[in-house]
Design a binder for this molecule. Structure first.
Ligand SMILES: Nc1nc2c(ncn2[C@@H]2O[C@H](COP(=O)(O)OP(=O)(O)O)[C@@H](O)[C@H]2O)c(=O)[nH]1
Ligand SMILES: [Mg+2]
Length: 200
């Protein structure tokens, strides 16, 4: 079934987070369905695109996978400026990466697009025996900051597609009947989330 009229959405999405948290691995899993045990470090940033078909829209993600290193920090605004969505990634086996994720959340709250759909991903959920950050900590922080939260594993593919679908679902929709010029309207608030379930 074709998406109606102008509900073809192009969405710039940026991944932020500590080096080694698994940003590139999440993108590789989502775009190519693959996982590498020894994923090479990203230099600067890398670009990918992937299209998702929803019931009411087709969303083409233009994905910027940034490097996590501090020395590339000054480049980050180039990638998150104008982004419709962001995924902030931490590694559940590293409290440092969780702290770093919080810094990114603060930076986006100060500098980013206020309508940005932002996800917090607690990645490497397959490494349960090495866990340092509980799901509840991640979820509570996300709730307090208006993000939606998922624990993911790029290795086992757990929640990876779901996370991108959830972002796609939350992007503002054009309203075809009232909006024949194809402009994306941002006045329709994203649907209310079921984030509370993860903190129960
Ligand atoms: N066990 C496990 N390892 C992962 C996962 N995601 C990434 N990795 C590994 O963690 C390392 C860093 O991943 P990478 O994607 O390069 O992180 P980035 O610096 O955030 O892009 C690599 O060796 C990956 O194979 C995951 O979900 N589970
Ligand atoms: Mg990388």
């Amino acid at each position: 079934m074709a998406a109606i009229g102008n509900n073809n959405i192009n969405a710039k999405l940026v991944l932020l987070g500590d080096m080694g948290a698994g940003k590139s691995s999440l993108v590789l899993r989502f775009v190519k369905g693959q996982f590498l045990e020894f994923q090479e470090s990203t230099i600067g940033a890398a670009f990918f695109s992937q299209t998702l078909a929803l019931n009411d829209a087709t969303v083409k993600f233009e994905i910027w996978d940034t490097a996590g290193q501090e020395r590339y920090h000054s480049l980050a605004p180039m990638y998150y400026r104008g982004a419709a969505a962001a995924i902030i990634v931490y590694d559940i086996t590293s409290t440092e990466s969780f702290e770093r994720a919080k810094k990114w959340v603060q930076e986006l709250q100060k500098q980013g697009n206020p309508n940005m759909v932002t996800a917090l991903a607690g990645n490497k959920a397959d490494l349960e025996d090495k866990r340092k950050v509980t799901a509840e900590e991640g979820c509570t922080y996300a709730e307090e900051n208006g993000l939606f939260f998922m624990e993911t594993s790029a290795k086992t593919a757990t929640n990876v597609n779901d996370m991108f679908y959830e972002i796609a679902r939350r992007l503002p929709r054009a309203l075809p009947a009232q909006n024949p010029t194809g402009m994306v309207l941002a006045d329709k608030p994203p649907e209310r989330l079921q984030t509370s379930s993860c903190c129960a």
